[in-house]
Design a protein around this ligand. Structure first.
Ligand code: CP
Ligand code: NVA
Length: 303
């Protein structure tokens, strides 16, 4: 059987992603109803983290346990990986012990190299370029609150980063429109924009956050400085016009949702008033990491 790696949304078909999302909703409902099935009993998941994490780490760990499996948490710096053992050799070795590997790393190529040499499924838990698990949780969250995401309009404002790249891929796979307002020099990478457009996504790149949120069903932002990008840090004044505050939210549709993958830098990319206000679904997103990733694990491991 071909290995099912969860590397990027662009690498998985629309039909499979939709099935995964529906499975996530169904697993969540069954869990809330008190059902505890253990389809991954006897399976072990290795989790390599080369960057900090709260949500991803805990939700994969809890999710795997809820499915009956076990986890091994590996911090990059405590592995031989941190003493220059190659990713390829790490993939070959871990594949002899475990049933699947989750990795959070720096360069996207490290994820791809792990995938190339592993003989078990590999799951992308964030790279410098993408964060697909986050976006599966966001799709689940949107649909729980507002119904089908197809045909809706999302606005991204702030820094054009890894989370945006996966949102761009999702816009094509789940067929919604995306307006992007970022300062000069913070644009998303061309290849993600071009891929989304080529695959049916409706993408608009703009400079004005006010124009971008107009008519929007969901406003999304993230930290102005991603992990490992500190050298690219730019003055707050550059980003301030892209802050999600009450005045900006008021320009979106009245029932628009506010999303943020967290951790948030309150007072920077979002104000307390918005993140703690009625539009915000940020803690539902965080919870849904658990349910979405259980569907990803089940898909990868055929459960
Ligand atoms: N949103 C997210 O991935 O959070 P962590 O960095 O805490 O895992
Ligand atoms: N863009 C952020 C996401 C954190 C979950 C980062 O890469 O640091």
């Amino acid at each position: 059987m071909t290995l099912r790696h969860f590397t990027d949304l662009s690498a998985i078909s629309e039909t499979e992603l939709r099935a995964m999302l529906d499975d996530a909703a169904s697993r969540k409902a069954r869990l809330k109803a008190g059902e505890h099935s253990k389809p991954l009993a006897g399976k072990v998941l290795a989790m390599i983290f080369e960057k900090p994490s709260t949500r991803t780490r805990v939700s994969f760990d809890v999710g795997m346990r809820q499915l009956g499996g076990e986890t091994i948490m590996l911090t990059g710096s405590e592995m031989q990986l941190g003493r220059s053992e190659t990713i390829a050799d790490t993939a070959r070795v871990l594949s002899r012990y475990v049933d699947a590997i989750v990795i959070r790393t720096t360069a996207h190529e490290r994820l791809l190299e792990l995938t190339e040499h592993a003989t078990v499924p590999v799951i992308n838990a964030l790279t410098d370029d993408t964060h697909p698990c986050q976006i599966m949780a966001d799709m689940l969250t949107f649909e729980e609150h507002r119904g089908p995401v197809a045909g809706r309009t999302f606005t991204w404002t702030g820094d054009g980063n890894n989370v945006l790249h996966s949102l761009l891929e999702a816009s094509a796979r789940f067929r919604f429109n995306i307006n992007i307002a970022v300062p000069q020099g913070s644009e998303p990478m061309d290849r993600y924009v071009e891929w989304a457009k080529k695959n049916g996504g409706k993408v608009r790149l703009m400079r004005s956050a006010e124009e971008a949120v107009d008519g929007s069903d969901c406003v999304v932002t993230d930290s102005w400085v991603s992990m490992g990008q500190e050298h690219r840090a730019r003055g707050h004044n550059v980003f301030l016009p892209y802050q999600v505050n009450a005045a900006l939210m008021a320009k979106a549709k009245p029932g628009a949702l506010f999303m943020h993958c967290l951790p948030a830098h309150r007072g920077e990319e979002v104000t307390d008033e918005v993140i703690d206000g009625p539009h915000s679904v940020v803690f539902d997103e965080a919870e849904n990491r658990l349910h979405a990733q259980k569907a990803v694990l089940a898909w990868c491991l055929g459960a």
